[in-house]
Design a binder for this molecule. Sequence first.
Ligand SMILES: [Zn+2]
Ligand SMILES: [Zn+2]
Length: 64
Amino acid sequence: MKKTCPNCKSIIDDDALMCPHCNELILDDPQENEKFICPVCGAENPPGVKSCRFCCSILPETYG
Ligand SMILES: [Zn+2]
Ligand SMILES: [Zn+2]
């Protein structure tokens, strides 16, 4: 997989810790933060959902 450097927008390896183009430190993938992992079944849900799409557990409103 590839991801985009948040500083220079270059396409870099997903596991890169530093951008080879501008030496920006890559802390984590911002796209990962947009998913909400259900604490019950571990399924990925979009942010803002009130209950898990897969097991219907009520999700904490942390991402609301
Ligand atoms: Zn960069
Ligand atoms: Zn679930």
